[in-house]
Every structure is written in C-alpha cells, then in structure tokens.
Design a protein around this ligand. Sequence first.
Ligand code: FE2
Ligand code: FE2
Length: 161
Amino acid sequence: MNKKVSELLNAQVNKEFYSAYLYLGISKFFTQQDLPVFAAWYKVQAEEEQEHAMKIYAYLLDQDEDVSLDAIAEVKAEFKTILDAVQEADKHEHYITDEIVKIMDAAVADKDYRTQLMLNWFISEQQEEETNSKEMVAKVKMLGNDAKNLYLLDKELAERK
Ligand SMILES: [Fe+2]
Ligand SMILES: [Fe+2]
C-alpha cells in the first residue's frame, strides 16, 4: 500500500475512536441533563464510531499494513446548551466527511482500487451521519429549551432501533 494512503487510514482509525469518545462525552452531558434517551442515542453513536474504527483497522491488517494505536485525544464535553451539544456533533461529522474525502483523493491518485472500494462504504455512511446530525440540530432549534418539548423529543428518539 502507498505510504500516504496507509498513514491516512491509520490516522482515520484514531479519528473514528476519537469520534466515539466525543459521542460518549455528549451522551454523558445528556445523562447529566436528565435526558436519558438523548443520552442513549449518542451512546449508540459512540458504538457505531468504534465499529467504523474497527472496519479500517481490519482492512489495514488484511492488507498486511501495521496499525499504530496512537493516543486518543481528550474530550472536554462541557456544553452550555443542548443545542451546543448537538451542533458539536454536526460540525464533527462534516469534519470527518472531509477527512474521508482526503483519503479517497489519495487512493484515487495512487490507483488504489481496493481502498477506494472500502472507502465507498464510508462515503455513503457519512451522508447518513450528516443527515441525522442535521435533523437533530433542526429539531432542537425548533423545540428550543422548552422542557416539555425536549421531553417529547426524548421520547421520539426512544423509537430508534
Ligand atoms: Fe465514523
Ligand atoms: Fe460519525
């Protein structure tokens, strides 16, 4: 595998674990706000991010590439408002999309079709992630900080499978 592609994929393993950590921080915030279903939603997100990391991890090992298990950066997760928390997640998903595109660009430049095939999954996953996080921001904006509305939204989120 091309050195740059390998380095970017290794960095992405770390970024996906960081994403899991960030979502855990957001989940913690919602638990502390007494919104358990919001908390559960972001905890599921955190689990999904670990799966993303493991997908790339497994791919690298399949290709006989090493995986560097670098330190995962600290997450502060101190949000002023509920809107702040959901906006942080939305901003982060856009950042991750940009990072995936950068790896894809490197794989295309190197004519690395296998990596492109693997990354295709991430390209469509990021579309889904952005749609979800955008909807969450829109809902929280509509409902504001009204306790009753947030309670109802919390119940609606409980229907997530
Ligand atoms: Fe991810
Ligand atoms: Fe994500």
